[in-house]
Write a new protein. Structure first.
Length: 148
């Protein structure tokens, strides 16, 4: 069983953003982070999950913790309908962030995932670690932007 904690952050929406991941398997822990100079919070939430699942080297049983209702509901409630409607919402609009949803959908199909929503900034250790990493991702892209 792999426990995964993910979070996204954005300074401005859109603006510079970051994503963070904590993977825990037994006694092993791995931290991942990254970001983009111009993005949205929802894109960073999705990228955190994409990067987390992409880091797994084989099909796994996963408990994935996210504080994003967008990601949680997207994967547990909305995705099947979007696919059935050719990537349209129930109201007929194009699904936002389709490129990332398609990547996440493909990755998620290779694992057995239990999607768990956790309240953000509520003292949950794994979520707080992912939040810290996401903010470090923002800081890293801002520092690279300043250096350019």
């Amino acid at each position: 069983m792999v426990e995964i904690y993910t979070d996204g952050a954005c300074k401005g929406n859109p603006g510079p953003g970051g994503w963070g991941v904590l993977l825990v398997c037994g006694a092993r822990r791995r931290e991942l982070k990254g970001g983009e100079l111009s993005t949205t919070n929802n894109r960073m939430e999705l990228m955190a999950v994409i990067e987390a699942l992409g880091a797994l080297t084989r099909p796994s049983q996963v408990r994935l913790h996210t504080d994003s209702q967008y990601v949680h509901k997207g994967m547990t409630e909305w995705l099947a309908g979007w696919r059935a409607r050719a990537w349209r919402t129930a109201q007929g609009a194009a699904v936002k962030n389709r490129d990332l949803w398609e990547r996440l959908d493909a990755l998620a199909r290779t694992h057995r995932i239990q999607w768990i929503w956790v309240k953000g900034h509520a003292g949950h250790d794994g979520n707080e670690a992912a939040d810290r990493l996401a903010n470090e991702g923002v800081a890293a892209v801002l520092a690279m932007g300043d250096a350019a």
